[in-house]
Design a protein around this ligand. Structure first.
Ligand code: MN
Ligand code: MN
Ligand code: MN
Length: 280
């Protein structure tokens, strides 16, 4: 069964507008699908009533950034009521955090002599979530940097002037928003945080304590060893499993939309869960 519970549209840092993304999913024959933009449900809202959405099981989605033990962790939320008060409050808090961060990045760039950074980045962002890529695009357009990578290497990347840490909420908070709104919280790409085995288990325990119930068994292209590691973790910790491409744009090395997914023996697959729910 082809499913995809982790994708990005232009509502965050993806290349395809939500409608085009959904159309691609339909063409590829994906049965169960979610648009999980960073810290916004805008992608989902844009298509939830479309004809293409009726042709499959479209589940609401979001990918929250949060803090846990000094690490930035991503939590995917699936199947929430996006109009729930807890969810709305959480989303607006994150939008504010991003805005404050952007203002700080702009302030720092202005100190370096790059005037008009905030307005420039906002114009680049349009309807999507304002972030460092938009500052980079503005710097390139203004001739302050030779290219996107140059802008990051010199001004925006890790340890540079524009590397402002956002004030993300705590892991427990975002998990609680998702759960309160009737959704399922999923630890996104658990191996990307490069945690030791012990620390990863601690993350899972804290996540479960907050109400989290699933992890991503497959995220984009990953090797079989990683999948095996995650399968063991899910079994040991009694978590359901999700899968997604983490598709952002077409690229020769990146994954295409859709993951051929069958949950390994003994594991609960979110795809089956949402399909069953849609059929009742
Ligand atoms: Mn992204
Ligand atoms: Mn992520
Ligand atoms: Mn993602």
């Amino acid at each position: 069964m082809l499913i995809d519970f982790h994708t990005h549209s232009t509502a965050s840092d993806g290349e395809l507008p939500p409608a085009a993304l959904l159309e691609r999913a339909r063409e590829r024959g994906i049965r169960c699908f979610a648009i999980t933009d960073h810290d916004t449900v805008g992608g989902y809202l844009a298509v939830r009533d479309s004809a293409a959405a009726q042709a499959m099981t479209l589940v609401s989605g979001v990918e929250f950034s949060c803090r846990w033990s000094g690490v930035t962790v991503h939590i995917v939320g699936l199947g929430m009521d996006v109009d729930h008060t807890a969810m709305r409050a959480g989303l607006s808090r994150l939008a504010q955090a991003r805005q404050e961060r952007a203002a700080k990045i702009a302030q720092r760039l202005e100190k370096l002599g790059f005037a008009g950074a905030l307005a420039g980045a906002e114009a680049e962002a349009g309807d999507s979530q304002l972030g460092r890529p938009h500052f980079a695009a503005w710097m390139v357009a203004e001739g302050h940097a030779e290219g996107f990578n140059d802008a990051f290497d010199r001004y925006l990347g890790q340890g540079k002037t524009g590397d402002v840490k956002a004030f993300w909420p705590e892991l427990a908070e975002v998990v609680q928003w998702i759960v309160a709104a009737g959704g399922t919280a999923v630890i996104a790409h658990p191996l990307k945080y490069k945690l030791t085995r012990t620390k990863l288990q601690r993350l899972v325990l804290d996540f479960k304590r907050a109400g989290g119930t699933a992890l991503e068994l497959v995220n984009g292209r990953q090797n079989p060893d990683q999948t095996a590691t995650l399968r063991r973790l899910a079994l040991e910790c009694d978590l359901a499993v999700s899968a997604g491409s983490d598709f952002h744009r077409d690229s020769a090395f990146g994954p295409d939309l859709g993951v051929e997914f069958r949950a390994p023996e003994g594991l609960d697959c979110l795809g089956q869960h949402f399909l069953a729910e849609a059929n009742t």
